[in-house]
Structures are given as C-alpha cells and as structure tokens.
Design a protein. Structure first.
Length: 524
C-alpha cells in the first residue's frame, strides 16, 4: 500500500529543462511490435510537426520508463478505445485523491535514473547465452562447497581448496563482463517490481489489468537471486573496503555469480511478457500523472469528441501548444478539404502544424489544446519540411515527388486520412506547379480523406474553389509597420503586399518600381 508522502513531490511535474536522451527514450518504441496499432507516425511527419519539441513540452513523467512509454504513445495511434479508457480511468483515480497522487509521484520517481532505460533490454534484448562448457562451472561450484564442508573434518582438504581457488577466480572474473551487462537493467527491474506491487495493492488500481497480479508475483519470486546484481552494483561504488574483498572472495570460491547470472537470465528470458506487463502498468500510471499535470498547466484544453462521420473535423479556439500566448483559430472541415493562402510569416505553416499536432494528441493522449475538437479516427501524414538530399543525390523536387507518391498510395488504403501539405512543388515552375498541385490535392481529398494545404498560388485557389473550402491569412500594413494578426479568415486572399514589404525594407527604388511595372503590365 502506498503511504502518504510530502506534497513537494508534485513540484516535479513541470516542463523539463534538462537534456533529453532520445537515443534511450525511443528504445521501447523502436523495439516494440507495432503490427497491432492503427498507425505508426512516420519519421517525416514526426519531423514536420516538430514532435520532438512537442514531446519535450508534454513530457511531465517522473520516471525513465514513463518517458519511454510516453514517446511510444506519441508515435503510435492505437486500434480501438482500450488504451484511452485505461488512461482516463487512471487520471480519474489520481485526480480525486491528492494524497495518492503525491505518493505515486514519490514512488514512481525512484525509476528516474538513466539505468531504468535499460529495463527495455530485458523485454526485447538478446540474452547472453551459457557457454558450452558451463557444466564445468556447476561441477566446480558443487566441489567447492563440498570441499569447504569436508575441511572441517579433514583439514588437509584446505590444500585442495587453495589449488582450486585460482581456477574459480579465473572463471569468476571472466564472468564479470557478463554481469556488468545487466548491472543496470536487473537492479532497476527489482525496483520496478516493488513499485508495481505497491501500486497494485491500492484497491483503485488492482483491477486495472487482468493477470497483472500474476506477473508481479512471478517477478517477485526472482527477487532473491536477482539481488546479487544489486549487491554487485553497490560494491562497485564502494571499492576499497575490506568487507568487499572478503565477500568477493566468497563469491569467487563458490562461483555464485556465474551460476546465479545464467540461472536468472534463463528464467527472465522465459518471462519477458511478465516484465512487459509490469513495465506497461507502472509506465501508464506515470503517463496518467504526466497528462494530468499537462492539462492542469495548459491555458485551456479539452478531451476530443470522436465522430463516426469520417469527413468531418471541427476545431474551436485551437492553438499551438508551443507558442506562448499564441493566437487561437476556429475551423470546420465538412466534406471538403481546406486550402489556405497568405504571405510568408502570416501563419499558414504554423496553423497546419497546429491542426496536425492536435489531431495526433487527440488520438494518443486524449488531450487537445482547444475549446472543442471533433475528429474521426484518422491517420496523419505530412509533406511540410522537404529539403535536398545531397548525399543521396536527390533534388528538392524529386524528394517531394517521392514523398507525395507515398501519400497518394496511402490515400487509397480504405481508411480515413488527414494530409498536411505546405507549398506543394516549390521546386518546379509555376505553370506545372499549379497543374500538378491541383491534380494531387484533388486526388488526396477523395473518399474519406481530408487535406489542409497552403499555397502562394492564387490561381490554384480558383481551380480548387469547388472542391476545397478556401481560407487565408493576411498581414496589415499600417504606414511603415507590418502587423500579422495570425487569424484565419474565410475566402481566398484578395490583396498582396509582397512588393510593398520590399519597399518597407528599403529595397532600391529601381527594383521596387520595376517589380510594380511587371505586375501591372505597364511595360515600356
């Protein structure tokens, strides 16, 4: 049973400012079997939506395993509602019991060490195998024990023990490298099991997962043999004490470490599913704590409403979570996709990312940064941040061609999709850009798919006016000042200020005048 602890533990759950080791954080996501999920968020979409920065913002977990599992949450949209329902149930339990919340934070934060990242290797890693000659280790261990017992009656056997000791020492120190490989993961597994047991003993949690109690008890039974790893880790930090040498000699003489190591590894190898169940239970509890803290610290938020209408997406006062005091906007997709026009810096790309981030968080942590957010179950794809692949000898245009080909294929896979597209085909001439852009956007918006795209091409707006709802962002020029209000407005952009902005930035008058003549057709 969890005990009441100081409320100071709650202060841990703020935005983290330290180093994020994504090499360790992503390990669970990389190793976990993802065949059963609705969607795995592609690396390109992860980069396009700046989800690494979004993760840093939403991550209020207090343990390393919670952080790993939260990353997995963000990279996978699950099938069905079970994950969402477990999350909301845990949040409800924690929210109504402040003392329990404080105790949970204090307990789970015991797994905030870097070593706890390595628990995932016990679930997915390849275990060190026994050498073919391991039978000799067992025989020597038994002989050593019998020799020590018989030496009390036949002192001459001590000579045999003195001869045997160097052989056992050689095997003992040969095994040290194997032992050190698990010097981080197994001690942390012990801590994880103890934490899971304490959480599960609370009646609010002990019905959260069928079979969890069995998994906890299975790992608890390994506590004694696994404790050798905990002792070893402690001794490494206290080398030099006499007792350490005596204990080391004792372990070497009886070959305790290699015998226990390979025994424990053989058992753990067969108990991976139990480790995984306990890992997920504690990690999901941490994610519930993190999500509750995130919601409490947000300017405002809502739980999404999941619609069965696949071509309907509605957002009221939606905002980007990473922009402090950012401007909110309303938009409704109703059978039609959205095309946005506007100048650079007016807010087009940020708004597209706002839609994508909230659509993702709605389906992963059941939390949206909006007053209302209605969405069907849908996969999320993007083409926002394209660049030349110099090492792969691919131009910007060719890189975009390959990216959009993948999106076109995905649009025909019999499920709803949300496509996020910024300035299509910037790498080619305007005539072909408009033609290809129109055909691609029309294709992507068929069936149950929705797209939100931006463009500078007003001609593209005219071509798509019947099949897309048109919106725009615009700047306001007041004298010598340029003001962006970042408010989404219906209709296509009616005016342009690009040349005026050049003039305000002190471009040579000759350059400005010629640009005006070319635009107005007033040529000599």
């Amino acid at each position: 049973m969890l005990m009441k602890t100081s409320s100071k533990a709650e202060s841990i759950q703020q935005v983290k400012t330290g180093y994020f080791n994504f090499g360790q954080i992503e390990k669970y996501f990389v190793k976990e079997d993802q065949d059963g999920v609705f969607q795995v968020i592609a690396d390109r979409t992860f980069q396009d939506l700046d989800l690494e920065d979004v993760f840093k913002f939403i991550d209020r977990t207090v343990s390393s395993i919670g952080q790993q599992y939260l990353y997995y949450f963000m990279r996978t949209i699950p099938q069905g509602d079970s994950r969402k329902l477990r999350l909301e149930k845990a949040i409800s339990i924690i929210k109504k019991n402040p003392d329990l919340r404080t105790a949970l934070i204090a307990e789970i934060s015991k797994l905030n060490k870097t070593d706890a990242y390595y628990i995932t290797s016990l679930i997915y890693g390849k275990y060190t195998q026994r050498p073919a000659w391991f039978w000799l280790v067992k025989i020597l261990s038994v002989i050593s024990m019998l020799s020590v017992m018989l030496a009390f009656f036949f002192p001459k056997i001590l000579i045999f023990i003195i001869v045997l000791l160097p052989v056992n020492l050689g095997i003992h120190y040969w095994n040290k490298n194997n032992l050190y490989q698990y010097g981080s993961s197994i001690p942390q597994l012990l801590v994880l099991t103890q934490i899971a047991q304490r959480i599960w003993k609370n009646s609010e949690f002990n019905d959260q997962k069928n079979g969890l109690h069995n998994s906890i008890n299975t790992l608890r039974q390994l506590g004694l043999p696994m404790s050798i790893f905990k002792i070893e880790a402690k001794l490494q930090s206290e080398i030099g004490q006499f007792i350490d040498y005596v204990f080391e000699l004792f372990k070497a003489l009886f070959l305790i470490e290699p015998v226990l190591l390979f025994t424990v590894l053989q058992i753990l190898d067969a108990k991976r599913q139990h480790i995984k169940a306990v890992f997920q239970f504690v990690a999901e509890t941490d994610i519930a704590l993190s999500t509750l803290a995130l919601r409490e610290n947000a300017a405002y938020w809502c739980q999404p409403i999941f619609s069965t209408h696949k071509k309907h997406l509605r957002m009221q006062e939606v905002y980007h979570p990473l922009i402090f005091n950012g401007v909110s906007n309303d938009i409704t997709f109703n059978e039609k996709s959205i095309l946005i026009t506007g100048s650079n810096m007016s807010g087009k790309t940020t708004f597209i990312r706002t839609v994508g981030i909230n659509a993702l968080l709605a389906q992963t942590i059941n939390t949206c940064f909006a007053k209302e957010f209605v969405i069907p179950a849908m996969k999320i794809h993007s083409s926002i941040r394209i660049s030349d692949d110099l090492l792969g000898d691919k131009s910007y245009y060719f890189e975009e061609v390959l990216t959009l080909k993948t999106l076109l294929e995905e649009s025909q896979c019999n499920h709803a999709n949300l496509f996020l597209l910024d300035e299509l085909f910037k790498g080619t001439n305007s005539v072909e850009r408009i033609a290809i852009g129109k055909s691609v956007l029309t294709y992507l918006s068929k069936d149950d798919n929705l797209a939100v795209a931006s463009t500078h091409d007003r001609e593209l707006s005219d071509l798509l006016a019947d099949t897309f709802d048109l919106y725009h962002f615009t700047e306001i020029i007041n004298g010598d000042d340029i003001v962006f209000d970042f408010k989404l407005k219906p209709g296509k952009l009616a005016t342009t200020n690009a040349i005026r902005i050049l003039e305000l930035n002190d471009y040579p008058k000759e350059v400005v005048d010629e640009a005006i003549r070319l635009v107005t057709g007033d040529l000599p």
